[in-house]
Design a protein around this ligand. Sequence first.
Ligand SMILES: Cc1ncc(COP(=O)(O)O)c(C=O)c1O
Length: 411
Amino acid sequence: MSALDVTRVQADFPILQREVNGQRLVYLDSASSSQKPVQVLDAMERCYRESYANVHRGVYTIAEEATAAFEASRAKVAKLLHAPSTSEIVFTKNVTEAINLVAHSWGRANLRAGDVVVLTEMEHHANVVPWHMLANEIGIEIRWIPLTADHRLDLTDLDRLLDGARLLGVTAVSNVLGTINDVEALVSAAHAAGALALIDAAQAVPHRTVDVTAWDADFVGFTGHKMLGPSGIGGLWARAELLEAMPPFLGGGEMIRDVTTTGFTTNDVPWKFEAGTPPIVEAVGLGAAVDYLDALGLPAISAHERSLTEYALDALDQRFGDRLTIYGPADLDVRAGVLSFLFEGIHAHDVSQVVDEAGVCVRAGHHCAKPLMRSLGVPATTRASFYVYNDEADVDALVEALASAEKFFGI
Ligand SMILES: Cc1ncc(COP(=O)(O)O)c(C=O)c1O
């Protein structure tokens, strides 16, 4: 595995050349959305300029080119996820839509009042609210896997929680704590209890090798804009037999085979779940992002983020000690490059605003994980997150900016 050449990577990201408030842009919010390399921007522009047409409709040359490019991206995503078949990749708008697809299609067709779905206290709202909606609609029961003191999943009661469950929904990596969950073990426990397993891989696919076959999962959702691709595209991988059996989610366009005045029949998977004109150019951009990730190598990306996380944890501890609470596991083997923290006595939003003056972009808020915030007993945290274009100078800039914030608020 060759190490990441971060200087070369940075040169691929045009936005990193700009200044903010007279300062170098230090982008530490990739867990929210990543920046885009010129390779992705060029691929999308080329598509619009040279071979743009709607897909799966026209028989003329550029329509066939557009369709081939769109489907080639699906194949690249399938390969990235180690999916057994390209037709198991359904393009959606984002991971939120992917999970909603599972809840609305599989959930409505298979769950009845009293059926149990097990979630964890570290889920993003995207993997909570669709299940609350089903609870309201058909009366499913939701059970929650709690957290340990070091912000991992507390699996002490897992067997009892999974007893009689139909589905386990779990994030592969927490977008707040950085906790890396043992997906294989969780899927295996779910299957042993007779439940299916849905993995929210939004924070995993961009940063580490994801192998849906090794995971043995049933549903895996991901989102393009966090993995160097454009916004507006994400996807769902699901086992072919599940997709075959599931009813369509949205109606119209590519999802039909035939329509009469009295009804319709559906297309094959994955198109059965892709109603209307899909995000064509976004898919092409996502394909270019997958190529870019492939060229860097996901093991090299994870190793880079791990060393940056270690450097940041040390630097923050040395500079601020107990004045700064950092959430998430201390063990780097189970912690991704996501650092949520709180200064005693300073609101997370105020910290984020002050560091922006130094060109440092960090996110503040509940990070769409309010059950987790409640479990941590805080309304919000400030969060810095790392990706391929970040380096130790970015961490140093964060530490200096946080020191200024501390001084500004007189702590
Ligand atoms: C773990 C996790 N799940 C789901 C989402 C939702 O992503 P999207 O808005 O792209 O659907 C996010 C984004 O913050 C996330 O981090």
